[in-house]
Design a protein around this ligand. Structure first.
Ligand SMILES: C[S@@+](CC[C@H](N)C(=O)[O-])C[C@H]1O[C@@H](n2cnc3c(N)ncnc32)[C@H](O)[C@@H]1O
Length: 198
């Protein structure tokens, strides 16, 4: 199997072979509560979901009337998400997070199992790209894997290390531990909400 998780074929092979231990097979724990709070605070929030995988969250956001777009650079992931949610096919794009096909400024960029999918050498580039994508005052919010784990994916880092890369652009607003993470992430998965500095 492909071994470089910065390449789409690494993920294509795993989706093809149905080796997807990160897939929550539905909404992750606590998603509705946190998302509802964000949508209530900003009803016209535009939401971007990078590295979306099966994109369960997109369907829920769409049901709430939110303007949301999901994307992934794995053609297999995109096919899987479009098969799961055919009515949303035009909102599920094949694109690279580090490219410019998906751009603009978003009120909420959602994170789940995406940063930890990237080799650690891309962590700073992740922070810089997120800083471009999240509108001033907007949020980068979702699930982060806070374990010092250099071998992956999932690659993990401590909250302190994450603070170091995000602090130039974001302030941490919320930190909640999860109680029912998937085995691959337990017990080190947290809901974190970072506000983009204005
Ligand atoms: C561990 S999976 C998580 C998928 C999804 N977020 C979830 O929670 O089920 C990581 C996903 O990120 C995607 N990915 C990795 N690097 C990417 C990049 N540079 N641009 C877009 N997607 C990327 C992979 O194809 C894969 O679907």
């Amino acid at each position: 199997m492909a071994q470089d998780s910065s390449k789409a074929d690494f993920w294509d092979v795993r989706y093809q072979n149905k080796v997807t231990p990160w897939d929550s097979e539905g909404l992750p724990e606590g998603f509705e509560v946190q998302a509802q709070a964000l949508l209530q605070a900003s009803p016209s929030l535009r939401v971007l979901i990078p590295g979306c995988g099966t994109a369960y969250e997109l369907a829920w956001l769409q049901q709430q009337g939110a303007d949301a777009v999901a994307f992934d650079f794995s053609a297999q992931a995109v096919a899987r998400a479009r098969q799961a949610f055919p009515a949303l096919a035009d909102r599920i794009l094949e694109a690279d997070f580090f490219g410019t096909a998906v751009d603009g400024q978003w009120g909420w960029v959602y994170e789940r199992a995406f940063l930890c999918a990237l080799p650690p050498k891309l962590a700073v580039a992740y922070a810089e790209r997120m800083a471009r994508l999240v509108a001033p005052g907007g949020v980068l919010a979702g699930y982060f894997f806070l374990r010092t784990q250099a071998k992956g994916p999932p690659f993990g880092m401590s909250l302190e290390a994450l603070q170091q890369i995000l602090a130039p652009y974001f302030m941490l607003q919320k930190q909640l531990p999860l109680s029912h993470s998937l085995p691959v992430f337990a017990p080190d998965e947290y809901w974190l909400q970072w506000q983009r500095r204005v």
